[in-house]
Structure formats: C-alpha cells, structure tokens
Ligand binder design. Structure first.
Ligand code: UD1
Ligand code: UDP
Length: 398
C-alpha cells in the first residue's frame, strides 16, 4: 500500500507545539499509512522559540527550513511563499497541513492553493472580528483557501457557517466544495499528554524560581499591540508590578524576545525597576513542558496569548487577557477569562475579583476529548487515502 504524503507547514512557536500532536498521532497510530514531511519557514529561529520544542516534544524534525527570519510582513510572507512553492513542486504532497493564524499559515495557504494542492486548516474558523490584528486576515485567507477545515470550538464552527461554509457538503471535497468539521482542540491533546510528564520532569523549575504552588501569577506578553505600543507595554507592566508589590505575590514572566527588546530599547528605566523588584521574575521563554508545569501550578494567568488562554482553561486557572477581544469567546461567556485590555483599572479589578473569589469557578470541556489529532488524521486518510493511486487528483499546477 502506498503511503499518504502529508506536508506540515510550521514557522512559529505555537505551530510547532500544535504540529507535535499530529506528529505523535502519526508516529503512534498511522506510521504505516502516512508519511509525514515538515517544512519550517524559519519565522521563529531562536533556540527557545523553535529548536527546544523539536527536541523536547520528539517531533518529526523539519525536512526543510527556509530560514526566512524576521522582516516586514509583506517581505517575510513573500519569501515564505517562494520557498514553500519550491518544496511543493519538488515533493508533490497529497495534502498540506496548516496550523493556526501566523504569517507562515498564510504563506502556506497561498502557495499550496495557487498550485492546487489540497489545504487542510487546523484551528479553522477562529475570528476576533478585528482586522487590524495581523492574525485575523491570516485566518480568513487560510480558511477560504482550504479543502478541509477543522474547527476546534462551536463558536469557530458557527463563524465558518456564517461565512458561507456548509456542513452538508458531500464528497468529493475541493477548495470550492470544502468540508468543515467540529473536532476539539489539538492543544488539549498536548496538555493532557504532557501534564503528568511536566510534574515528573520539571518540578525543579519551581525551586529555581523560588515560587510555591498556587502562590504565583504567570504572565506572558507578546502581541504586537502590546509590545510595539510602548505606552501600552509600560502601563501593563507598571500595573502588574504595583499589584505584585501590594500583595507580596510573585509574578513569573517568561518573555517573548520582542517584549524583551521593547523593554531594553524603549523602557530602560522600567526594565531596571522590574529587574530589581523582588516579586517580578522576568525570564527567557521556557520550554513547553516547563510552561505546562507553570500553568498547572500557578494561581492565575495574565496573558495576551491565544494558546495560553486555552491552557489556563485546561488547567482550571482563572485568566486575564490583555486584549480588547478574543477568539476564544466561550471562555469569556464562562466567566473564567476576563478581557482587561491594557486598562490599569480593569486589570486591577479582574485580578482582585479572581484573587478573592475563584473557588466557585467551573471549567467545562469546551475543547473535545483529547483525541482531536487522531480524528483529524482518520478523516484525512479516509478522504485522501483512496485517491493515492491517482496522483493527478491533487496536483494540477505547473
Ligand atoms: C508570531 C505570530 C503570532 C503568534 C506568535 C507566537 C504573525 C504575524 N505573528 O508573532 O500570531 O502569536 O508568533 O509566538 O505571524 N523574534 C526574535 N526571535 C525569533 C523570532 C522573532 O527575536 O526567533 C523577534 C524579532 O524582533 C521579530 C519579532 O520578534 O521582529 C516578531 O516576530 P514575528 O515572527 O514577526 O512575530 P511574533 O511576534 O513572534
Ligand atoms: N509557550 C511556551 N513557552 C513560553 C510561552 C509559551 O512553551 O515561554 C507555549 C504555550 O504553552 C502555548 C504556546 O506556547 O502552548 C502559545 O504560543 P504563543 O503564546 O507564542 O502564541 P499564540 O498562542 O498567542 O499564537
């Protein structure tokens, strides 16, 4: 039997983490049926944003790395498209798997759909309804370039229907007759898989950071609206510092390099004050298993990350989001995640509300059963596997 040739496209930290769920399922359940190839665009290149995950999560290592690096979006995306196109023409995969909403996702969607390779979008249908956010356009274009769309939540599935995707479409599926699914979230697959391992392998991190379980706050900040708008970054960090001092609570902050850069170049004084504050631990990005341990053992999470918001729910932690809106609307409706933007009063109010009354909060299973990757691969095999004999089915470009 010939194998299905599946090309993963990744580039940024969360995509490598998401792809690990698929990679693990291929390795454990479908190694005979599926041949996995991985293309890394090189959007993230620092060891702690990329390599660490391939090592730690035992993911299929990239077969291609385009080493595109950082650049203005247009330039970055165009270099990615050129490189992805070359690989597609050489490898002629049966389908192309895209994750999330980064520039690497968009580049993969454009390159593959233009050459008429079937695109499969994992984490389809998410919308912030804020097109000034770079990820929003990436999501819309990627979804509308796809043949199979795997929505992780009810809200995402509904968004797709509102944009004209029809659940009743029947095969054969194409870009003009796409299939939408409600699958659950592959990030939940990962959190379930690694939670216990994190306790076994990484507990010493808590000692290194001198923090006690359930007694520290975990913070991540990396969105461009917060890092590149220096006023917002200053407001957020000085508010968090004063809350930490008022309550003698430690705030652990694994910072994305762009946040550290902004602090070092534009907020030197505040950077020094934060460095001297005994309640603030600014540290480089941590590995996924370390992050899992921090999420599992903290008291509360404050973040602008999409993935970390969901992980707060997986680990039953209240979460304050440093944005005006979120794509994970079920968390807001549930009351366990609050939107505080960069507003000092909102951040304070939500922090104290959670600090004093989080015992009654509930964390229903919005994100599936932890087997989303298996479901996705079974569907892909079912729909594309039978076409393997006829390679012209997927490739009609020139
Ligand atoms: C990207 C994604 C964002 C995602 C995030 C995950 C886009 C538009 N944004 O944001 O959706 O939430 O990844 O972390 O795709 N940098 C480094 N080292 C690196 C990579 C980047 O220092 O390895 C710095 C550079 O100064 C660079 C800046 O971070 O200019 C921004 O990098 P970029 O990949 O454009 O966006 P992210 O903020 O990482
Ligand atoms: N993460 C990590 N180390 C860190 C910060 C985040 O491993 O120092 C993980 C986190 O657990 C989640 C993913 O990175 O799985 C989220 O990625 P990020 O916040 O960069 O992007 P987003 O989800 O907002 O696109």
């Amino acid at each position: 039997m010939s194998q299905l040739k599946l090309l993963n496209i990744v580039g940024a930290r969360p995509q490598i983490i998401k792809a690990s769920a698929i990679s693990r399922a291929v390795r454990l359940q479908f190694s005979e049926e599926i041949m996995e190839l991985t293309l890394h665009t090189g959007q993230h290149y620092d060891k702690e944003l990329s390599e660490v995950f391939f090592d730690e999560l035992e993911i299929h290592k990239p077969d291609y790395n385009l080493s595109v690096g950082s650049a203005r979006h247009g330039k970055q995306i165009s270099m990615m498209i050129t490189g992805i196109e070359d690989v597609l023409l050489k490898e002629k995969p049966d389908c192309v798997l895209l994750y999330g909403d980064t520039n690497s996702t968009l580049a993969g969607a454009i390159a593959a759909s233009k050459l008429r390779f079937p695109v499969i979008h994992i984490e389809a249908g998410l919308r912030s309804f804020n097109k000034s956010m770079p990820e929003e356009l990436n999501r819309i274009v990627s979804d509308h370039s796809s043949t199979l769309l795997f929505a992780p939540t009810n809200a995402a599935f509904k968004n797709l229907m509102n944009e004209g995707f029809r659940p009743e479409n029947s095969p054969p599926y194409t870009i003009d007759n796409p299939k939408i699914y409600l699958t659950g979230d592959i990030m939940y697959d990962n959190s379930l898989f690694f939670a216990e391992l994190a306790e076994r392998k990484k507990t010493s991190l808590l000692e290194q950071l001198s923090v006690d379980r359930e007694k520290f706050i975990l913070v991540t900040i990396h969105r461009d609206i917060n890092t590149d708008n220096i006023k917002r970054l200053e407001t957020i960090l000085s508010t968090l510092k004063s809350i930490a001092e008022e309550n003698s609570i430690t705030f652990v902050m694994p910072l994305h390099p762009r946040t550290t850069k902004s602090l070092k170049t534009s907020l030197k004084e505040l950077n020094e004050e934060l460095g001297l504050c005994k309640y603030i631990r600014m540290i480089p990005p941590v590995s996924y298993i370390e992050m899992t341990l921090l999420e599992k053992t903290c008291r509360m999470i404050i973040t602008d990350s999409g993935g970390v918001q969901k992980e707060s729910h997986f680990f039953k932690k209240p979460c304050i989001v440093l944005r005006k809106e979120t794509e994970w609307t079920e968390l807001i409706i549930n009351g366990t995640t609050k939107l505080a933007d960069a507003d000092p009063e909102k951040i304070r109010n939500e922090f104290y509300a959670f600090l004093y009354s989080d015992s009654g909060l509930e964390y229903p299973g919005f994100y599936g059963d932890g087997k989303a990757a298996e479901f996705i691969l079974r569907e892909i095999l079912f729909l594309f596997g039978e076409k393997l004999a006829d390679k012209n089915y997927q490739y009609q470009g020139s």
